[in-house]
Design a protein around this ligand. Structure first.
Ligand SMILES: Cc1cc2nc3c(=O)[nH]c(=O)nc-3n(C[C@H](O)[C@H](O)[C@H](O)COP(=O)(O)O)c2cc1C
Length: 416
């Protein structure tokens, strides 16, 4: 008998071969998932996940720069199929590809965090739980014990009481990698969110309720997985605090950029691998390395923070050159395919993460979405390696590339 409670507890099992094939036929690319997601979820959910800063110009720049990178194949190496496995921070993963941290995935599709955690665990790729997610770090550790990474925003009141308590909980839960998000020093306003009715502070008004009622699949998933909430904050809130109260709490307790002194204090508290997320300047990468940070995530937050930033991929080579192997280099912002992952690795990243691709997938096909994204991207990556004549992931570094929009390290050094 189908045990509904067990599915909620363990997360959905991976799709069987026939379902995987059917999904591949119907949604061969991430763009197909994006297109299909719109009709199944409320408008506010779509606009929240899909919208960027300003008029989406930074999202467009991320995509255009990635699309513009060419890789030249060499022939004569016959390894089929090429292996995609990588070792990151001392652990083996199935591919140099994983899930970026996100706030509010369960607003986009109720149950989203459970689906992403389970899919990543089954596929053995990194899963980064966002601090503002629908499941807490303890639950994420049950679902994804082998691949769990955890992202923190700055909660600095009372001598980082909440921030340091989260570090303690992460340690007990068995999180492998902790990530501090550096690139949200101020709140940003995304016009598409505002137009869709999402206000700051958040209020679940009649318009949003009507919008939700117009999306039956979303409503069904909410009945099963519950009203979206930000679960990791529960110990710091009154019992049964609703989404509005939680939003007020995050606005008053959290915020601001981690200072370098604060980064050093987190380095002190957290003994396992620590990553700084949102680094865009080689000098900041250097500062991070000097503080003993293990990983640098080159990212512009997927184009969600400021319209005028460079494409993240355009600063990746300069940062990799600056770091020179002293820290693991992670990349996100615009990854939509296996060849995007290959491009990022060829330009110096050890692993590439994706955000929106996973959210679109759940809007399109629900619980099976994240597994399908991992299948699609890793299959494309394997094909890309084979096509380029790269015997494995490491061999991508020797592939000849052309990247005409890249910043050079000397550009930064000249300006200081
Ligand atoms: C809906 C949404 C919410 C996000 N929330 C967070 C967050 O809470 N913390 C964080 O560090 N990054 C957050 N991000 C940024 C992602 O971690 C990642 O940098 C970005 O999505 C990568 O770009 P991509 O969407 O083009 O793959 C969010 C992204 C999206 C799309």
């Amino acid at each position: 008998m189908h045990d509904r409670t067990a599915v909620i507890k363990r997360g959905p099992a991976p799709a069987d071969a026939a379902t995987r094939l059917a999904l591949k036929r119907r949604y061969p690319t991430i763009a197909d998932l994006r297109k299909a997601s719109r009709k199944n979820i409320p408008n506010f959910a779509y606009e929240y996940m899909d919208g960027g800063a300003g008029s989406d110009g930074n999202i467009a720049r991320n995509n255009a720069s990635l699309d513009g990178i060419e890789m030249v194949p060499r022939y004569g190496v016959m390894i089929s199929p090429p292996p995609c496995e990588v070792t990151l921070f001392g652990r083996k993963y199935a591919a140099p590809f994983g899930i970026a941290p996100m706030g509010g995935p369960s607003v986009v599709f109720p149950g989203a965090d459970v689906f992403m955690a389970s899919a990543a665990q089954h596929a053995r790729v990194p899963y980064t739980l966002g601090l503002v997610a629908g499941i807490d770090v303890e639950r994420a550790a049950e679902l994804a014990p082998d691949v769990l990474w955890f992202q923190l925003y700055r909660y600095a009141k009372n001598e980082h009481k909440i921030g340091f308590d989260l570090v303690r909980r992460a340690e007990i839960a068995g999180v492998h990698v902790l990530m501090l998000t550096m690139d949200t020093p101020t709140r940003t306003t995304r016009p598409r969110e505002v137009k869709s009715g999402i206000l700051n502070p958040f209020k679940l008004d009649m318009r949003l309720r009507m919008d939700a009622l117009s999306a039956p699949r979303w409503m069904m998933s909410m009945r099963k997985y519950g009203v979206p909430r930000f679960a990791s904050f529960a110990p710091y809130l009154p019992p049964n605090a609703g989404i509005e109260e939680t939003a007020k709490f995050t606005a008053s307790e959290g915020g601001g950029a981690f200072s370098w002194d604060e980064v050093a204090r987190y380095r002190d508290k957290w003994k396992k691998p620590l990553v700084l997320k949102g680094i865009m300047h080689p000098a900041d990468a250097e500062r991070a390395v000097s503080l003993g940070i293990d990983g640098i995530l080159v990212s512009n937050h997927g184009g969600r923070q400021i319209e005028a930033l460079p494409a993240a991929i355009d600063v990746l080579p300069a940062i990799a050159e600056q770091v020179k192997g002293r820290a693991t280099i992670l990349f996100d912002s615009g990854v939509r395919s296996g060849w995007d992952v290959a491009r990022a690795v060829a330009l110096g990243a050890d692993v590439a993460l994706a955000g929106k691709a996973f959210l679109w997938s759940m809007g399109a096909i629900g619980s099976r979405g994240p597994g399908h994204v991992i299948d699609t991207v890793t299959e494309d990556l394997r094909a890309t390696l084979g096509q380029l004549g790269a015997a494995d992931v490491a061999a991508l570094r020797s592939v000849h590339t052309r990247h005409s929009t890249a910043y050079r390290l000397s550009d930064f050094q000249k300006q200081g």
